[in-house]
Ligand binder design. Structure first.
Ligand code: ARG
Length: 292
């Protein structure tokens, strides 16, 4: 970069060439999706749900991953567990080790063992959790550190357990807005990009207002180049997205975020999961990354 550029351009990572990484995901067809109880502010059991629409929207997300070259595994849906479609909550996996989930609310508790059974049957070493935690809903790997949310679902003690299981630095963040009760509703991991020397850059997008002052301070310090999204984009679950380093699957309603991503050289891919939003989940919630 010339000195002139360094002076006139903002100090952000703008048009670096983005590199797509091939991902492996676990998904669950929402054959039994409905909203029959309420454990987050989005869920209103009195409102009707359209299971066929949920399935067709989910199918579009699934097919988008396949079209982008990713590998998708499926876990069988269980009739009594309508939230099982949100596989991100089923565990947290790095290097073939799956830290199991232990759900906060009774309605979802049987999902924990169901996911652990799947992990074990598919060649993952399972770490049985002692502490309450909701998997990748609250834990996000960014480069070599794990961002961990607490305040609504996963406990602070689970952050310690997580650190011991994976031997990685865990950064605890307090969530303060009940609409953004899982970390993956407030932060989107856009990279990392692996280079010859390991992780070369790892950036995120986030909604500052979802965090307490200390969380905002930590995020600003750790991720000075992060995309900060507007409240409007946050409120349509714009951050509940999944990125392969180049393509970022987002809600079509997150107009501002879409523009911010384009400006940074990412390729936003729009997939509408409006029906699944009735359960308080979006794209990322329906996607669990399986890191072998
Ligand atoms: N109804 C589910 C719950 O409240 C939605 C889970 C959304 N998942 C997520 N990763 N944010 O637990």
């Amino acid at each position: 970069m010339s000195t002139q550029n360094a002076v006139s351009a903002p100090a952000v990572d703008t048009h670096a060439s983005r590199v797509q990484q091939r991902r492996t995901y676990l998904m669950c067809r929402p054959d039994h999706f409905t909203v029959s109880y309420s454990i987050n502010p989005w869920m209103e059991p009195a409102n009707p749900t359209d299971t066929a629409l949920a399935v067709s929207q989910w199918q579009k997300l699934h097919d988008t991953y396949i079209a982008l070259g990713h590998e998708v595994h499926l876990i069988d849906p269980i009739a009594s567990l309508p939230d099982m479609v949100y596989t991100a909550n089923g565990g947290f996996i790095i290097d073939g080790v799956a830290y199991g989930a232990k759900f906060r609310f009774a309605e979802r508790q049987p999902e924990g063992p169901a996911f652990m059974e799947w992990f074990a049957a598919n060649g993952f070493a399972v770490a049985d959790p002692v502490e309450v935690n909701e998997g990748e809903g609250d834990f996000l790997l960014v480069g070599d550190v794990i961002l961990a949310g607490t305040g609504f679902r996963s406990t602070g003690d689970s952050h310690g357990e997580l650190g011991r299981v994976f031997g990685k630095e865990v950064i605890s963040l307090n969530l303060v807005d009940p609409r953004f009760y899982h970390l993956d509703t407030a932060i989107s991991v856009l990279d990392p990009v692996e280079g010859p020397n390991g992780v070369e850059k790892a950036n995120i997008a986030y909604l500052p207002g979802a965090f307490d002052a200390e969380g905002q301070r930590i995020l600003a310090e750790r991720f000075p180049d992060a995309i900060k999204v507007s409240d409007d984009d946050g409120a349509v679950f714009g951050l509940n997205s999944s990125s392969d380093g180049l393509n970022v699957i987002i809600s079509p309603r997150a107009k501002g975020f879409e523009k911010q991503l384009r400006e940074r050289g990412y390729n936003p891919v729009l997939v509408d999961l409006s029906e699944l939003l009735l359960g308080g989940g979006g794209i990322k919630c329906c996607t669990l990354e399986l890191r072998r």
